[in-house]
Design a binder for this molecule. Sequence first.
Ligand SMILES: *Cc1c(COP(=O)(O)O)cnc(C)c1O
Length: 471
Amino acid sequence: MKLIFEKSREGRACSILPKCDVPKVPIAQSIARQKKAALPELDENELSRHYWALAKRSYGVNDGFYPLGSCTMKYNPKINEEIASLTGFTGIHPLQNEATVKGCLEALKIAREYLCEISGMDAMSFQPAAGAHGEFLGLLLIKAYHQKRGDTARTKIIVPDSAHGTNPASAAMAGFQVINIASGADGCVDLNVLQAAVGNDTAGLMLTNPNTVGIVDRNILKITDIVHKAGGLNYYDGANLNAIAGIVRPGDMGFDVVHLNLHKTFATPHGAGGPGAGAVGVKKILEPFLPLEGLGLEGDPSLRPDSIGRIRVFYGNFLVVLKSLTYLLMLGRENIAGISKNAVLNANYMMERLKTKYKIAYDTTCMHEFVLDIGPLKHDKGVSAMDIAKGLQDEGFHPPTMYFPLIVHEALMVEPTETESRETLDAVIETFFRLYDKAQTSPDALRAAPVTTVIGRPDDVKAAREPKLRY
Ligand SMILES: *Cc1c(COP(=O)(O)O)cnc(C)c1O
């Protein structure tokens, strides 16, 4: 497919600008553009076809089943978009006087209250634009807390090996030393290993829960207690709240700070880098350190001297928060637990049926996702997790998350979400079975998949090592 720049023909641009109705002011030569901007020029028909062709080449939740584990690719109700596109919300400017945008501030306040209640926290910031960004903020808050108390020797963050990959990365970015601890055979934190790891230098613990093998740690209260007794704080990676929302709350489990991915559990679209919202909830002790927000009292550094400052401008991705608020209002308080229960039911249904052919990495009741271990197929037939994933693409389904978590070598991490029907789940399960049988009879065919997509198997290593990001 040609790039839009290659399709461009000079003079063919189809934009029609309204007549200028303000006085023209000449720009200083020093900052004026010297030559015409190299923007593509296409007629409207070609432009429309170009983007339509691009859209047809991508695969999203509107196309079909998208079981990307740890990403919660659930259906995003269209009413969320409708509300977030009301001009009262879109036709404003962040530098507008706060007295003129009270409705928007009220919407943020309500969203904050609901999400604080769901997570069991006292205060919340919507500034982070993604989950990992939220983790980074949460860790800066933990750091500010210890520093304010003069407890400056606390330089280490403990991260179990079943954590999401962003956890150790965020801790390192926030300037902490990362202490990795190995999980027990059951996929949970080993309390003895944790006890041995904590000390006067422990700033905190980051726990992904349910962890990346889809299990809720059953010793959670003991874990948070060990860390608190050692003087550290507890961080809950709540990106995947889809299994526990409305049922249990991180704030009741001994956690001091949590991030929620609104673009996962709370039904706002994501993928391709955003826009997202990694809301960060905190207990009272961390509230003074939250980011400066907006132009009013919450944004005044002289009134908020302990704030860590800003990690993004203004209020974060406001329209994303609105979509989540719409989602919550449509559901109603009494139906939130239903999301989690159905997400867990769907995952267990798939896991139990797939178990008749495939190996399950941790064979116990799972939460909202589970991990298939393709290791035996690889050993017996030379068919890898990658081959099964590519085979699924040929059958019209998006593959699960591959090669994650790292503690399972041939991992396929499946998260069906609560928004899929029984018929869809059955169709996918039957496809998984067919691929299993194909691995027995014609493994070479699977190793050649996909054959129905525009691009077969790109060289991922080369793409990662030598990315070509510009034309
Ligand atoms: C998705 C996810 C993250 C990272 O969120 P981003 O918005 O992609 O930065 C962190 N932790 C867990 C457990 C996740 O599933």
